[in-house]
Ligand binder design. Sequence first.
Ligand SMILES: [Zn+2]
Ligand SMILES: [Zn+2]
Length: 253
Amino acid sequence: MLSTGLGRLCAGAGRAVLNAVLPPLCLGCGEIVETPGALCAACWPRFTFIAPPYCARCAYPFTQHAGEGAVCGACAARPPRYRRARAALAYDAHSRRLVLPFKHGDRTDIARACGGWMARAGAELLADADLIAPVPLHWRRLVSRRYNQAQLLARVVAGASSSSSQLVPDLLRRRRWTGSQAGLAAKQRHDNVRQAFDLHPRWASAVSGKTVLLVDDVLTTGATVEACTRVLQRGGARHVDVLTLARVIRPAV
Ligand SMILES: [Zn+2]
Ligand SMILES: [Zn+2]
């Protein structure tokens, strides 16, 4: 109880000051841990970190090795526009408790730990990337949320990369208000975001021939990153890869 109270207290103003005097708290449950940005021993095994073997395109986990370059049924049936997508965590009841406060509750501190996990999960993609760009929020949402969680993650990921990739926070713009994607079926999500993005004119000529790494918090149906990928490809991008903190893993059909 005490630690949960502390967690709530920390979520308010003066966090930096409090962090200096209070013990670090588990990102999953708010229990006291030894190092900031860590999970406690109880939370750690509850999180499903995505690791090979998996689909060469979307990293859908395989139960056994399927050979170099093997793709999942979904990618075979309908190849994604992006080249490769990787995610640190499976999006489930446990990681949702980590992602939701981050998305809606001003827990910008979570980005530091999560960005590190993403950098490991996407090491191969980072090594190839010329440009790193977050999936943008519409300005209306940015006003209410005050920060773009994808941009925070992109910054940590770029910082953790030893390659010379350049972080371009405003490479893409979300020009159309699409409302929430929650509760929409895959087809509706694709329709909803189809025309939502464009390249920032400032970077219009910067994308040609480049490999772009798109960063977002959660990959659900892929509709959003597909729409962004299309814009980047129209701008002449050579490859587009996708790195997210978590991804929904539906049972294979
Ligand atoms: Zn915990
Ligand atoms: Zn796949």
